[in-house]
Design a protein around this ligand. Structure first.
Ligand code: GLV
Ligand code: MN
Ligand code: MN
Length: 413
């Protein structure tokens, strides 16, 4: 493998990002779609692209693109996202963006002359940490969400997607499917830190892996309504405490998955209204994240969990309503591309339980993922970490992958 170790440049780019969007309360980062940190990161990306002579544009859905060569058919696209979960780690998303920039440097040092355009992309609000819908930018791009429904989504402060886009200089009226842009993509490759430790299980010596598939995953908001009341003066028999069925839902989620190997269900967010220590809540919102097999398997698990939660609600004299916020079916990455990368890079192919923009693109364009080893497996948390040497191996693997896809013989005729 011809390579020009981008060691110093990796450290430099990584250091640029380190101070942006730190989450003082929770640790890690709070970088959410179109917020101040995200806008700062976008500016940084535009500047990095400018230094490399790449033309940048923001598409109708707020996704940021940088082009080596004029936009045109059969473009090879690589990138990831810049936003984080609340209190997220440094690597989930930005590693794919930094690696994309360094891969361009590496290709130029190798003297590669792309036979088709190469684009780097930063997808908007991948985590759904602000507006609740994961992969907002790529979902809009491929037409997997009604643009009106997307524009109406609101963050915790009541700011809508439409208002946030406007503030970021993106006309929300234009948001929606972008078939022409999609049709121009010949292949998409997303490099990402591994989340979990399936790579280690497949090969304890492998620094990188290739993604084979993503499990179906969805989010449900359960609203339990009861009777707000006084914590000191309300006898147990007089209570209609929505926190009881809410707790029932949390416990049901754990109980139900135990009977379904491979399934996961999580309540990571719960909001009592009004939220006072000496107040029986009048209502509680519980957000449930469930992932298992295909969409039908995931939905069946949710039904089981809700069955238990509804029984608790009835016992407590509470009302329970459910709103499905998102559902993304399972995807298998392009088998030929995946097998070819796995063989050429000597990287095991592993599935993942994490969602990615690559999962939204995969049903439409040949798509592959590269995973960089994560020694602890921890992700979506400040402790998320990858060794710099492994990240550099990832950059070289991405450059190798792109070099292959950009060669004249790789371009479909
Ligand atoms: C995003 O990383 C997700 O899997 O929810
Ligand atoms: Mn990610
Ligand atoms: Mn993530």
């Amino acid at each position: 493998m011809r390579s020009h170790p981008p060691d110093g440049r990796f450290g430099g780019l990584w250091a640029d990002l380190a101070g942006i969007g730190r989450d003082a309360l929770r640790g890690g980062y709070a970088r959410h779609g179109f917020d101040d940190a995200d806008l700062q990161l976008r500016e940084w990306f535009v500047e990095q692209a400018r230094r490399r002579g790449l033309d940048t544009e923001t598409d109708r859905n707020g996704n940021l693109w940088a082009w080596w060569g004029s936009p045109g058919p059969n473009a090879v696209v690589t990138g990831s996202h810049l936003d984080s979960v609340p209190g997220g780690g440094a690597f989930d998303g930005p590693l794919g963006v930094v690696s994309a920039l360094l891969a361009v440097d590496e290709l130029r040092l190798r003297g590669v002359r792309p036979a088709v355009p190469l684009a780097l992309v930063c997808f908007a609000e991948e985590e759904g940490g602000r507006f609740g819908l994961p992969c907002l930018g790529s979902r809009l791009l491929v037409g997997a969400i009604d643009p009106d429904a997307a524009r109406r989504l609101r963050d915790g402060d009541g700011i809508s997607v439409a208002d946030a886009m406007q503030r970021a200089g993106v006309d929300p009226a234009g948001a929606g499917p972008d078939p022409q842009r999609l049709a121009g993509i010949g292949a998409f490759v997303e490099l990402h830190i591994e989340q979990g430790r399936l790579l280690r299980a497949a090969d304890p010596t492998a620094a990188i892996g290739v993604g084979s598939s993503i499990v179906a995953h969805g989010r449900w908001r359960i609203t339990v309504s009861g009777q707000g009341n006084h914590a000191g003066t309300t006898a147990p028999r007089d209570r209609h405490d929505p926190m009881i069925p809410a707790a029932g839902a949390v416990l049901a989620a754990r109980r139900v998955i135990q009977a379904h190997p491979g399934a996961v269900a999580t309540v990571g967010r719960l909001q009592p209204i009004p939220g006072g220590t000496n107040v029986i809540a009048s209502s509680v919102d519980v957000w449930l994240d469930v992932r298992h097999g295909a969409a039908a398997d995931t939905s069946a698990l949710v039904d089981e969990i809700l069955h238990e939660a509804r029984a608790e609600a009835e016992l407590e004299g509470c009302d329970l309503r459910v709103h499905r916020e998102s559902m993304t079916d399972q995807v298998t990455f392009d088998p030929a591309l995946t097998m070819d990368l796995s063989a050429r890079l000597g990287a095991p192919a592993v599935p993942t339980g994490a969602g990615h923009d690559a999962g939204l693109l995969a049903p439409h364009v040949p798509t592959a993922m590269l995973f960089v080893r994560n020694p602890s497996g921890v992700s979506h948390a400040p402790d998320e970490y990858a060794e710099t040497q492994d990240c550099l191996t990832g950059v070289r693997a991405l450059a190798d992958t792109l070099e292959g896809l950009l060669a004249p013989e790789a371009v479909p005729r």
